[in-house]
Design a protein around this ligand. Structure first.
Ligand SMILES: Cc1cc2nc3c(=O)[nH]c(=O)nc-3n(C[C@H](O)[C@H](O)[C@H](O)COP(=O)(O)O)c2cc1C
Length: 191
């Protein structure tokens, strides 16, 4: 699929069918995530594919406070851990001034979600979850932070892209006369 079509197609899915997700497809998502760029190529991430009974239990651990109820419909999750970054010693002092690992994990997660979309799957990135309970469920040491949980499944009803690019262009034409949005206009013009 052309990248722009893929970008327009991906969106957060909060309604899943009961169709199980093939392990091969989930593995390909993780492979694509691991190809993402990272500061000093430090790759400060680890991905855990969760299906079956553990997925049913995991679904309950992203619903605190009544959020993310849709997770019960989802039969597969990918949990993203932050790993210690292996940085070039010459650069590590500089790099420590920035939280590059979070940026790297965001990029890898974008790769993962696009890989899912390109295989006909849908995703939702979850930043709201009970970290210590998930660490216990998945035997992840408490020292290894869980940064994101991603739901992966087949959308129900089948996904219809909402044509993001159209709204982007509509916003663009509105922004051109809106002084308060000048920074965005500048960014889009590349000046
Ligand atoms: C870091 C991060 C955390 C998020 N956490 C949640 C979440 O806990 N629950 C949820 O339903 N969506 C969550 N989202 C999805 C956003 O709500 C969604 O990406 C945003 O509304 C834009 O919609 P789109 O993904 O369909 O383009 C999260 C997204 C990101 C990037």
């Amino acid at each position: 699929m052309d990248f722009f079509a893929l970008a327009a197609e991906r969106e957060s899915c909060r309604e899943y069918s009961s169709q199980p997700v093939e392990l091969e497809k989930l593995t390909r998502c993780v492979e694509a995530a691991q190809m993402a760029p990272s500061a000093c190529n430090s790759q400060p991430w680890h991905f855990t594919i969760v299906t079956g009974d553990k997925a049913k239990k995991l679904a309950k651990l992203v619903q605190g406070g009544g959020f993310n109820r849709f997770a019960d419909q989802c039969s597969a999750f990918i949990v993203v851990n932050e790993e210690p970054a292996k940085l070039n010693p010459k650069l590590s002092g500089l790099v420590e001034q920035q939280k590059y690992a979070s940026i790297d994990i965001g990029l890898a997660t974008a790769h993962l979600c696009f890989a899912a979309t390109s295989q006909g799957l849908s995703t939702c990135i979850l930043g709201w979850f009970q970290e210590s309970d998930i660490q216990e469920l998945l035997d992840i040491p408490a020292s290894k932070r869980i940064r994101l949980v991603i739901t992966v499944g087949y959308a129900a009803p089948p996904h219809t892209p909402r044509k993001k690019s159209v709204s982007l262009w509509r916003n663009w034409s509105l922004m051109r006369n809106d002084v308060s949005q000048k920074h965005l206009v500048t960014a889009l013009q590349g000046n």
